[in-house]
Design a protein around this ligand. Structure first.
Ligand SMILES: Nc1nc2c(c(=O)[nH]1)N[C@H]1C(S)=C(S)[C@@H](COP(=O)(O)O)O[C@H]1N2
Ligand SMILES: [Mo]
Length: 218
């Protein structure tokens, strides 16, 4: 990450200080036991189930674009080349679906949401994010969760391009929340002052979705 020395006490400075103190286990071996890694009410699977609204958009790389806007200083629309020119990071994380399956040790490649935040610079009043998929899906997350150290826009899983069924060319990944917050086929990221329910949230799912406190439904 570049050190662009933001003004003292800006929102970005405070975020970076918090990020620096978190020290999540985003790469390498997870020191917890398999049981310690399993949130309440979840069971472990080895395959990777596919869940969506039943429409899987076919987005060619040539027409793929990611628009990042709303309450930001520098809105941007990234085409595939611009997205791939951003710092590429490899992480490993577990995923937890609200339908009760969890899958451990997924290897991801993509762009950290923090690098996207560095690019667009969220305004002081931005506090929530709405993610948009090419299938019309939306989901909302608090900015602090979107900015988590392990959160990314990923394009590869286990070293291979993300399949269309799992959200390729690129999807959001916020591994510390239930997987419905990780929008597949992402096309838009909107910064907002107030929270706004997305597709499943309108239908009773939780506004935050922390698997460790079983924030399944509201
Ligand atoms: N664009 C989009 N993203 C989406 C969904 C969707 O229908 N459309 N479904 C969500 C739900 S409910 C889940 S559980 C996960 C499933 O991701 P997977 O199919 O890769 O396991 O994607 C989430 N992201
Ligand atoms: Mo889901």
């Amino acid at each position: 990450m570049t050190d662009d020395t933001p003004p003292p006490d800006s929102k970005l400075t405070r975020s970076k200080q918090r990020w620096a103190s978190e020290h999540k286990f985003i790469t390498g071996e997870d020191p917890r036991t398999a049981q310690q890694r399993l949130p309440p009410g979840q069971h472990l699977v080895r395959d990777w189930p596919v869940l969506d609204l039943g429409r899987q958009p076919d987005v060619a790389l040539e027409r793929w674009a990611l628009a990042i806007g709303g309450l930001v200083e520098r809105p941007v629309t990234l085409d595939w080349a611009a997205f791939m020119a951003l710092p590429q990071r490899r992480t490993q994380s577990d995923m937890h679906c609200v339908t009760t399956w969890s899958r451990y040790d997924n290897a991801w490649t993509g762009v950290a949401t923090r690098d996207l935040l560095d690019l667009v610079q969220a305004r002081e009043e931005a506090a929530f994010v709405l993610l948009h998929g090419y299938d019309g899906y939306t989901t909302n997350v608090p900015l602090a969760d979107f900015a988590d150290e392990a959160a990314m826009v990923v394009h590869s899983w286990e070293g291979k391009p993300l399949t269309r069924s799992h959200g390729g060319p690129a999807r959001v990944l916020i591994p510390h929340l239930y997987l419905w917050k990780s929008a597949k086929w992402v096309r838009g990221i909107d910064f907002m002052a107030a929270d706004k329910a997305g597709f499943w949230e309108v239908n009773g799912y939780h506004m935050r979705g922390d698997p460790w406190s079983e924030e399944r439904y509201s």
